[in-house]
Design a binder for this molecule. Structure first.
Ligand SMILES: O=C(O)CCC(=O)C(=O)O
Length: 265
């Protein structure tokens, strides 16, 4: 499988509409290059541009869906189109990832479960997703996660229990915590014996420089590829069958002890 992670620069000087058109063209450029293309979290607005979420929120079948479904089918690729600020018909907002098949059908939508910001920003503006999402694609099972989710190992264990071999994470991770990004991506890969493909943003928006450094890690924890700080398309080839080999040769997942009792005081 070949995957291209498009590390989009989200800068304030570019309008959402023009970024959408530009990114669709980058997706189309992946025709014949990649089987799977990934975009970052909230690349239309910027993950830290909280004041834009309500104004630019769109329904699942809104303009980003329309543009990206077409880009996926034009390129003939699986497209994890990153996330959008979604407005539910009941008015609430969610940080929702969209995944399209090579014929442009929406195959999965994942509402981010762990909202970032503690008692401000996304954590108060958006609702929390409640359901894990896995998708069968290109002969493997992918599990979906978004940005801050990376800090919560139990979410990834849930995806692995549901059959995930490839973990797809869209993010808008800040430069300030870049060391955590790389460390946690490798940790999630090693502990789950799964590929991790983590696509972040470049540029600076809302005064927050983004980390870039999108990364692909194999089930043994080796970094197969990592981007730099600027906008970049990171293409990598990997064999999802390596997951079964690693899990067979080093069957640590079979040694899990579930339902441990709480300590006695
Ligand atoms: O956990 C972090 O350090 C970054 C999380 C984040 O920026 C987000 O989820 O939008």
């Amino acid at each position: 499988m070949r995957a291209s992670l498009i590390q989009v620069a989200v800068d304030e000087g570019e309008s959402t509409a023009s970024r959408r058109t530009r990114v669709a063209s980058l997706v189309r450029d992946q025709a014949g290059v990649a089987d799977l293309v990934m975009l970052p979290e909230l690349w239309t607005t910027g993950a830290f541009a909280y004041q834009r979420f309500a104004d630019e929120a769109e329904p699942i079948d809104g303009p980003t869906h329309e543009t990206m479904a077409k880009a996926a089918s034009d390129a003939g690729v699986w497209l994890h189109a990153g996330s959008i600020p979604e407005r539910d018909p009941d008015g609430s907002l969610y940080n929702t990832s969209l995944l399209f098949s090579p014929s442009g059908e929406l195959t999965a939508a994942y509402r981010k479960i762990h909202r970032f910001g503690f008692d401000q920003g996304e954590a108060v503006l958006m609702g929390a997703g409640t359901e894990l999402r896995t998708v069968r694609l290109a002969g493997t099972t992918a599990g979906l996660a978004t940005c801050y989710d990376l800090r919560f190992p139990e979410l990834f264990r849930g995806l692995v229990d549901a059959g995930a071999e490839v973990l797809l994470l869209s993010a808008g991770w800040p430069e300030r915590r870049r060391a955590h990004w790389t460390l946690l991506a490798q940790a999630r890969a090693v502990e789950n014996q799964a590929f991790v493909l983590a696509c972040g943003t470049a540029g600076t928006h809302a005064g927050v420089p983004q980390a870039g450094h999108s990364i692909v890690v194999d089930p043994w924890g080796e970094v197969l590829a990592q981007a730099g700080a600027e906008e970049e398309v990171l293409t990598v080839e990997f064999d999802p069958a390596k997951v079964a080999t690693v899990r067979e040769q080093f069957p640590a997942l079979k040694d899990r002890v579930l339902g441990l009792a709480a300590p006695r005081h």
